[in-house]
Design a protein around this ligand. Structure first.
Ligand code: SF4
Ligand code: SF4
Length: 230
């Protein structure tokens, strides 16, 4: 999932400075699961904003709406007839959701209530860890399902850096296990350690973010273009 966390109330209030009527829009998918921007969080944030506005003499009207997914145009159709009534939309979606609303509703002021952090998942209650950096050429088959790009701070591709401590902890961040230690142990369990000893060509990073804005085009899913004159 995409993992995000809410900006501080002070920061959100500063984004909303001068706005009298705001629509807070939650998203019922990733950011709801990580307790940052679902219906419940929209309710709590909206109440906090109203209360803070009352207390310091700058009241703000905050209405609430949560859509199933902010990142797809069809799900934000629900905003269509409402936006004219508001000075701003406060999106509790991830950065994709904010941009989808802003793109779809050209004249609307859309403000981000969240900081989008990473792709990851919960590892224990209240803790989420990064698990994928979207490198575009997944190598989890080679590493026993453990990603050295997101889980090794040095993004090493060919084994540990040598700084791993005796307990198998990472030298950069001792609160976490060395990714390569985990990979080695996992491949041992799978009886595949010999594969890690094979020399592999360097990773092709052209599929990663460094090559610029990425896209996927699926011709089998695209609408056929009408012939001119048809
Ligand atoms: S190898 Fe690339 S695509 Fe696979 S989990 Fe890691 S960053 Fe994500
Ligand atoms: S100790 Fe392991 S995880 Fe940490 S930087 Fe070195 S190889 Fe990467």
């Amino acid at each position: 999932m995409i993992v995000a966390e809410q900006k501080s109330l002070d920061e959100i209030r500063s984004l909303l400075r001068g706005k009298r009527k705001v629509l807070a829009v939650g998203c019922g998918t990733c950011v709801a699961v990580c307790f940052a921007g679902g219906k419940r969080e929209v309710g709590v944030l909206a109440s906090a904003l109203r209360m803070a506005g009352q207390l310091d003499g700058s009241p703000v009207e905050v209405d609430e709406l949560t859509v199933q997914r902010q990142c797809e145009a069809e799900y934000i159709e629900a905003l269509k007839d409402k936006l004219a009534d508001y000075d701003a939309v406060l999106s509790l979606g991830c950065g994709v959701g904010v941009q989808t609303i802003a793109e779809h509703y050209d004249g609307a002021t859309v403000l981000p209530a969240l900081n989008t952090k990473f792709m990851g998942g919960p590892t224990e209650q209240g803790v989420w860890l990064e698990r994928c950096q979207g490198c575009g050429a997944c190598l989890l088959d080679y590493t026993g399902g453990i990603c050295p790009i997101s889980r090794c701070p040095k993004q090493l591709q060919n084994g540990p850096c040598g700084g791993t401590d005796a307990g198998g902890r990472c030298e950069v961040d001792a609160t976490m296990p060395c990714a390569w230690h985990l990979i080695w142990e996992k491949m041992d369990k799978l009886h595949r350690q010999d594969e890690l000893l094979e020399v592999r060509p360097p990773k092709d990073w052209s599929t990663s973010r460094d090559g610029g804005v990425r896209r996927i085009v699926r011709d089998d899913l695209r609408k056929p273009k009408l012939e001119s004159g048809a």
